[in-house]
Design a protein around this ligand. Structure first.
Ligand code: COA
Length: 700
């Protein structure tokens, strides 16, 4: 294997080159190479200054996350950064691409920094539950003060070069070839005899001690008030606070203690899992077998909430869009729904009115299918009724050009049946967006039996253009996400029938980490939606299956949630925050009595165990049936489409972490009470018997 870090010499300047594709992550070999090259350069009498430069798309984008679950190997990155800083000759970091995490720390360990235009900088460690622990939490505030360091490290979002220059973190911007400019900068430093500036010895960031303390205290109060369950942010704050209170060598020790606590916390493993799960989910086998078709112009059938959201997502992706509605009034509303989104951007100063006009120029409203003859792909987002979908697809089949992809946004209907009405089922696919479609990142790509690889690759290409997180799903009622929610939604209603209040169920689920509970969610989405589905399923529902009619009682009163001012909660004067409703509790009591149930009390932990057991068991069945390709795809769906707390990794990762035997025990216990509902997934049973976990199915 070739060495990923090399030292060469140009005149009296040593050039250290990092070459570890794809993102030059700071793996063991890179760390060792950096130490060795700095040592060599320091000892080489022909070298007077050193440039650290990275080949390929970026300066190191961080520590190597794949090494996190292995025992640490020396040298640690913190020692590498200290070694670079300790070099007796000026070290210049030449930065481009995404200078993130450990990469940024290497840059701060260097004595001077030059960057190419367009470079992005950040400390995303918090997103995987840790903190910048190669001296970064101690070095950055020494230059910038506390505020910017807190902002960058606690949010984890990157910032651009202009901001970094303004903060004093980068000394020079390269206007030509970065490597050449860095070598020239090094020569200039030598000629001008500019003294080495070691960041760990600086204290200009502490000059205004009062402002430093105020920034720390303001952030601390905000974090305490928000009561976030995340573990790492407070540890980051403590490190930045300490930077001003102790010399670097002591701060470095504290930083180490804090990161150890983060690494040992279960949130870290869960967040690392989420990071890789998201990257794995985009790897569809079809993409390796076929190339996507061209995508420049698409059609969207329907201008309601979903159709308009999809249209905005497509316009934002730079596509031309023809939106079709059935009549003049509906298309006028559709156009208004689209324009509203951009108008809000204009009102908030996010885009100019000219930009809005330019985007809207790519949008064409229509009331017939005639204009769709040359579109590359069409997405239907009409009423969720098989006969309506079939009518649309029959009509599309007549007008679309050969090779146009025909996508349905259905959230639960059988796409094989929809495809069967066309003469080209190989072009038919499911693209299940989540509302609001221009904001939510998840896209379930549903694979019908006859779809071609090329059609799937084109669906994936669309997801990429729209910056969505695509996940592959087989065809079944509700696909992955909605099929699961149907199951644990039932459990929420069982819990209420047995004695928990909807308010306690919501509180328990929030305590677990969801932003809102299932009954708040129902009020937000509109109780009438679930009611319509239940009515439709009534004909086919097994009469022996447990059915809780409480939600129906509320709907019969016209209490559909926020939009009617009343659901499980009361929403006074259009408020979006509900208060508890004694009348709802009375209805629940009456229904319990009617069902002959004596209510009992539940602990929040019991509620969560049961709710999650149903979710995990259904997820296991979905994997077992091959609807999801692997358990981590289920996790991505729940995290990105259903607000499952990312810091718990997803339901399948959570199950692995608490132990599959524990989940199975809950299911067996519940089966004693309701054997029809609680049937342990064969996959779960098998994994427990073999002592394996879901993650064992994610490999490969
Ligand atoms: N360690 C190990 N592998 C990494 C990595 C890291 N820090 N960052 C990215 N990768 C890998 C990805 O897993 C992916 O591998 P794959 O092709 O086998 O799936 C590959 O590099 C490309 O990453 P991807 O995210 O698909 O590319 P992108 O161009 O969309 O984004 C980054 C590039 C660097 C912005 C993004 O990967 C990122 O944010 N990485 C994490 C950075 C981070 O958290 N650093 C701090 C770690 S302490």
């Amino acid at each position: 294997m070739t060495d990923p870090v090399t030292l060469t010499r140009t005149g009296n300047i040593g050039l250290i080159c990092i070459d570890n594709p794809p993102v030059n992550a700071l793996s063991f070999a890179v760390r060792r190479g950096l130490v060795s090259c700095i040592t060599q350069a320091d000892a080489d009498s022909k070298i007077d200054a050193v440039v650290i430069w990275a080949d390929g798309r970026t300066f190191p984008a961080g520590a190597d996350i794949t090494e996190f679950d292995r025992p640490p190997i020396e040298p640690a990155l913190v020692d590498v950064c200290d070694h670079i800083e300790g070099c007796s000759k000026p070290v210049i970091a030449a930065l481009h691409g995404t200078v993130l995490g450990g990469g940024f720390e290497v840059a701060l360990g260097s004595h001077f920094r030059i960057a190419a235009p367009g470079t992005r900088f950040g400390f995303p460690e918090v997103l995987i539950g840790i903190l910048p622990a190669a001296g970064g939490s101690q070095r950055m505030p020494r230059i910038t003060g506390a505020g910017p360091a807190l902002d960058l490290m606690i949010k984890g979002s990157p910032i651009n070069l202009e901001k970094v220059v303004a903060l004093g973190l980068v000394d020079r911007v390269s206007l030509g070839d970065l490597k050449e400019d860095a070598l020239n900068y090094a020569a200039e430093i030598l000629v001008d005899k500019i003294p080495i500036r070691r960041v760990s010895e600086r204290s200009d960031g502490f000059a205004d001690q009062a402002a430093y303390t105020a920034a720390i205290e303001a952030t601390r109060s905000k974090m305490l008030a928000a009561n976030s369950p995340l573990f790492a942010p407070m540890r980051i704050l403590e490190c930045i606070e300490a930077a001003a209170e102790m010399p670097y060598p002591e701060g470095r020790i504290l930083e180490y203690e804090k990161i150890r606590a983060c690494v040992e916390h279960p949130q870290h493993a869960a967040l690392v899992h989420a990071f890789f799960a998201e990257r794995k989910s985009v790897k569809f086998p079809e993409a390796g077998r076929a190339k996507p078709r061209n995508l420049a112009k698409i059609g969207v059938i329907g201008g309601g909430t979903m159709g308009a959201g999809i249209t905005v997502a497509a316009l934002d992706a730079g596509l031309e869009v023809i939106m079709v509605e059935r009549d003049a009034q509906s298309i006028a509303r559709g156009k208004e729904n689209v324009a509203k989104v951009y108008q809000r951007h204009v009102d908030k100063g996010r885009i100019t009115a000219e930009k809005m006009d330019a985007v809207m120029a790519r949008y064409t409203p229509a009331t017939g299918y005639e204009l769709l003859g040359d579109v590359d792909l069409v997405i239907e987002a009409v009423f969720e009724e098989m006969s309506v979908k079939k009518t649309v697809f029959t009509a599309l089949d007549k007008v679309l050009k050969p090779g146009a992809v025909m996508a349905s946004n259905t959230s639960f209907l059988d796409i094989n049946e929809i495809a069967s009405v066309t003469s080209r089922p190989d072009d038919v696919i499911g693209l299940h967006f989540f509302s609001p479609a221009n904001i939510m990142r998840l896209l379930e790509i549903v694979i019908p039996d006859k779809v071609s690889d090329e059609t799937v690759a084109t669906g994936l290409a669309l997801a990429k253009m729209m910056r969505k997180t695509p996940v592959r799903s087989g065809v079944c009622d509700g696909f992955i996400g909605n099929r699961m929610i149907a199951k644990y939604g039932d459990v929420a209603s069982h819990l209420v029938e047995e004695g928990a209040s909807p308010y306690q169920v919501d509180a328990a689920v929030r305590e677990f980490g969801y932003p809102i509970g299932p009954f708040q969610m129902s009020d937000l989405a509109g109780g009438d939606i679930g009611w319509a589905v239940r009515k439709r399923h009534a004909k086919t529902r097994d009469p022996k299956a447990r059915y809780v009619p409480i939600a129906d009682r509320l709907c019969e009163n016209g209490w559909f949630g926020q939009k009617t001012g009343r659901g499980y909660y009361i929403y006074e004067n259009g408020s979006r925050v509900g208060t508890q409703d004694p009348e709802v509790l009375a209805i629940i009591d009456a229904e319990r009595a009617r069902a002959g149930i004596t209510p009992r009390s539940f602990t929040n932990a019991e509620i969560v165990d049961r709710y999650l057991a149903a979710m995990i068991n259904e997820g296991a069945d979905i994997v077992h049936e091959g609807i999801a390709s692997c358990p981590s795809d289920v996790d991505v769906i729940k995290v990105y489409g259903y607000a499952f707390p990312r810091f718990r990794g997803g339901p399948m990762k959570y199950a692995d972490m608490i132990g599959l035997d524990k989940v199975l025990a809950t299911i067996h216990k519940m089966a004693e009470q309701d054997p029809m509902f609680w049937v342990a997934s064969p996959l779960l049973v098998d994994l427990v018997a073999k002592g394996k976990n879901f993650d064992s199915l994610n490999k490969g």
